[in-house]
Design a protein around this ligand. Sequence first.
Ligand SMILES: Nc1ncnc2c1ncn2[C@@H]1O[C@H](COP(=O)(O)OP(=O)(O)OP(=O)(O)O)[C@@H](O)[C@H]1O
Ligand code: SF4
Ligand SMILES: [Mg+2]
Length: 306
Amino acid sequence: MLSIRDLRVEFESPHGLIMPVDSVDMDILDKETFTIIGESGCGKSLLANSLLGLLPRDAKVSGKVHIDGEEILSLKKKEWRRIRGNKIGLVFQNPSASLNPVFNMHGHLYETLKYSNKPSSRDKMVSLLKKTGIKNPLRRLSQYPHQLSGGMKQRFAIALGIATDPDILIADEPTNGLDVTVKLKIVQMLSKLHSERSILLITHDLNVAYNLSDKIAVMYAGELVEIAPVNSFFEKPIHPYSSQLLVSHPEKEMLPIPGFTPQLTQRPQGCRFHPRCALASRKCKHEHPGLEKIEGERYVRCFACA
Ligand SMILES: Nc1ncnc2c1ncn2[C@@H]1O[C@H](COP(=O)(O)OP(=O)(O)OP(=O)(O)O)[C@@H](O)[C@H]1O
Ligand code: SF4
Ligand SMILES: [Mg+2]
């Protein structure tokens, strides 16, 4: 359904060209939840936003993205309207910042539905709020973002994401900053949506990733370094970064990954993970590994693992 090939996002910087998203290849199947995990700044949100043409003006995007066979990166500005909302919906990272303080819930839903030429009846809005577990939906429609709790804002952000009934929903850290009980409710809600549409989920929360995903992709310094079905990934992560990411989890040994994520302007030659990798060889310092299929649906970018 969604196929991404050689996707790159570049910016000019005072230090030269930087590439926060580098040669990403991945496929999301019909009604599949595909989750990207990885350290802060590795390029997850830029990757997601590039699928909606929502990048800053100075970003250069290249590669091919097909949705149901149609290439979308080469679309003209006006044509993106057909894709945004209708084909792909987005739940923004941090709803507190993305909701407009001068619009109430009704105003947000009205603008979203109007943009995608969808009917914007009050009944439709009420049913969307109900679907996302918002109680007293009629009364809520007149409320403004500052009147909503964190959990309610997140539910409402998801209601906006699915309002236009997109085939693919991108949810960028939908449980970030929520307490355990609210997080559980959001996970249960996303799990219901799972049977209706494809979801591209971005999260730092490995429990959320485990509970909601069909496939996991691990991103490091702009590249995908492992893609695997969820169960085999959590049973046996293969890339050294994936293994370390799992043991750095608070519910595991909480062992920090040694070293630091490389800066965008100073990415190491060879394998980008080599300065932090216990298995690094001479070859890893000089040659750049590709993402190779190693078995079934597992792909890994590592000389020692392929
Ligand atoms: N407009 C921009 N110009 C230059 N660099 C940018 C721009 N936007 C983002 N970046 C850089 O691109 C990198 C990836 O950013 P991105 O927001 O995709 O990270 P992320 O993986 O989503 O992180 P987080 O988990 O913290 O949300 C970061 O180093 C960020 O500083
Ligand atoms: S390619 Fe080498 S440095 Fe990179 S993850 Fe594999 S073993 Fe480690
Ligand atoms: Mg992000």
